[in-house]
Design a protein around this ligand. Sequence first.
Ligand code: ATP
Ligand code: MG
Length: 270
Amino acid sequence: MLNLGAHNAPDFRATTLACNERVSTPKAASDGLLRMVRFENVGVRYGMGPEVLRDINLHIPPGSFHFLTGASGAGKSTLLKLMYLGQRPSRGFMQVFGHDFAKTHRNDLPALRRRIGVVFQDFRLLKNLSVFDNVALPLRIAGEDEKRTRNNVSELLDWVGLGSRLHENPDTLSGGEQQRVAIARAVISKPSLLLADEPTGNVDDRIAYRLVRLFEELHRSGTAVVVATHNDALVRRFSQPVLVLADCVLRPGPGQDGGKGDAGPGHKTR
Ligand SMILES: Nc1ncnc2c1ncn2[C@@H]1O[C@H](COP(=O)(O)OP(=O)(O)OP(=O)(O)O)[C@@H](O)[C@H]1O
Ligand SMILES: [Mg+2]
């Protein structure tokens, strides 16, 4: 059982989690991190079908937080897939961390992707690794000190209520438990950009609220966060900007005048 009620979300500002170059290096700031994600007139079609996303203009600044809503099939996962460089747009200009996606060689994509934490809608946990090893993987790939990795992974899995399941195979966990492992894996390395696709779809309202608070904590420590969700009631509990996908286009949520789906500096950021 998740036991988050009595505890505050982990303070990512105070942790020793493996931190990438995001915050401190002047070069990082100047080489495009200030631009983070920028889309200009982006369109996506699958095969010869109609465009499922059209004329997307979007700017995700560093350290911002956005919910992404829209009906099933509206294109939320497709938009996130573009952002984690899992798919190229059919048209338009797309830049991530200052890199023009169209001009980025595929050999250079893994390094960019390592700066992005992703919670996949279908979790994508590695079945041949334990719960602990799934979450530790990003830190180990980054060459983080093993003792620190062990401490941080244990602490985070404890916080998401899975402290007693560390050595189990993900297959033995419920859907909601697997979802929490996927979230822990995505946030453990404190990425520059966190993309969460329906991250609370399998948990109850109380746990969902706690998990979004975890994302807010990460956002307060400097990560840009985008959370795709169907759960309008959950979105209303947080005073964070909302982007809405409908009829293949992206717009700011009701009462938010971001202008043509541009989640730019006019939107609330910290
Ligand atoms: N690999 C694919 N091949 C063909 N069409 C696809 C593919 N992936 C998505 N689509 C289509 O693109 C549209 C948007 O799908 P997407 O999965 O992005 O929506 P979504 O908003 O994430 O939906 P949900 O809320 O159900 O997860 C849908 O019409 C879908 O059928
Ligand atoms: Mg989806």
